[in-house]
Ligand binder design. Structure first.
Ligand code: GLU
Length: 291
């Protein structure tokens, strides 16, 4: 009698991870539908995650509107999507790991102080997120740090790139459209991983969550292509699994402007009120024949 060993492939999981800081517009609909159709084609799971760590911009009513708009579009996801603001402990744990490796330092600078420092130095190197932090607080002594913390000065936590990159070694990531990409997180300089006000950051939370939720392919717009350099580095430092990525094109309006949340005319609910149906939306974003 022959015995057959059954090998099960790991479940593939795709996701859509919007921030509830406004109503979803056509660009979001494209991104959500793109991920959804990829999941269908690959016989994979599709999940929704609400990225609401930025309490200064995110609102519950926008999260409710996201559920409503996506359901109207015909998308389905497991009950109780992960809501980032309910999982701050997970991000704190990741920060602790990085602190234990001496990869973080407190930065007390205000935006104004950074600008002044840059002006005085006469050099203003820019990375994908704008001005590169000049490193002012990187060189504070332990006692200077302790004194400022003791006197109640607020601080962000920055990643010490000069330490982090050699520790992680040479890294690559796979983009389904562009192929194998060499990670160059150093182009960002010492990024903030925990903001002064919210004690975490987009980069940290998204990386932790994609790993915790076993996302196998991260689909998102090309506006976040460069951010993947950082996420790949964080995965290496935190010893997290490495998914693949697919950065899709962005949707533009008929004047060629990238859609943003302020373009309310193209909000899904607005289009709905104008009498459009989900198939019209799929046609408008060029996904009519998919899924
Ligand atoms: N929450 C982010 C946004 O709405 C997207 C995160 C991601 O897809 O990595 O822009």
């Amino acid at each position: 009698m022959t015995t057959h060993s059954i090998t099960t492939l790991p479940q593939q999981i795709f996701r859509f991870a919007p921030s509830p800081s406004g109503y979803l517009h056509l660009g979001h609909a494209y991104s959500a539908l793109y991920s959804w159709t990829q999941a269908q084609k690959n016989d994979a799971q599709f999940i929704l995650r609400i990225e609401d760590i930025d309490t200064t911009r995110c609102r519950k009513e926008f999260a409710e509107a996201i559920y409503e708009d996506l359901s109207w579009l015909g998308l389905k996801w497991p009950d109780l999507p992960r809501v980032q603001s309910e999982h701050m402990d997970d991000y704190q744990q990741a920060l602790t790991k990085l602190k234990d490796h001496n990869l973080l330092y407190p930065c007390f600078c205000t935006r104004k102080e950074i600008q002044n420092e840059v002006q005085q130095s006469g050099r203003a190197p820019h990375g994908p997120d704008g001005l590169i932090y000049p490193g002012t607080c990187r060189n504070l002594s332990l006692s200077q740090r302790e004194r400022r913390i003791a006197q109640g000065d607020g601080y962000a936590l920055r990643l010490n790139m000069a330490r982090a990159c050699p520790l992680a070694g040479e890294l690559y990531w796979l983009d389904q459209r562009k192929g194998k990409i060499k990670a160059t997180p150093e182009i960002f300089g010492d990024i903030v991983l925990a903001r002064k006000d919210i004690h975490t950051s987009y980069h940290l939370s998204v990386t932790v969550d994609d790993a915790l939720q076993n996302i196998s392919c991260i689909t998102r717009g090309t506006d976040l292509f460069e951010a993947t350099h950082i996420h790949r580095l964080l995965q290496a430092l935190l010893k997290l699994p490495v998914p693949t990525w697919h950065h899709h094109d962005l949707i533009h309006d008929d004047k060629g402007n990238r859609l943003a949340k302020r373009h309310n005319a193209l909000a899904i609910r607005e289009l709905r009120e104008q009498g459009k149906n989900p198939d019209d939306i799929k046609k408008m974003v060029g996904l009519a024949n998919e899924g």
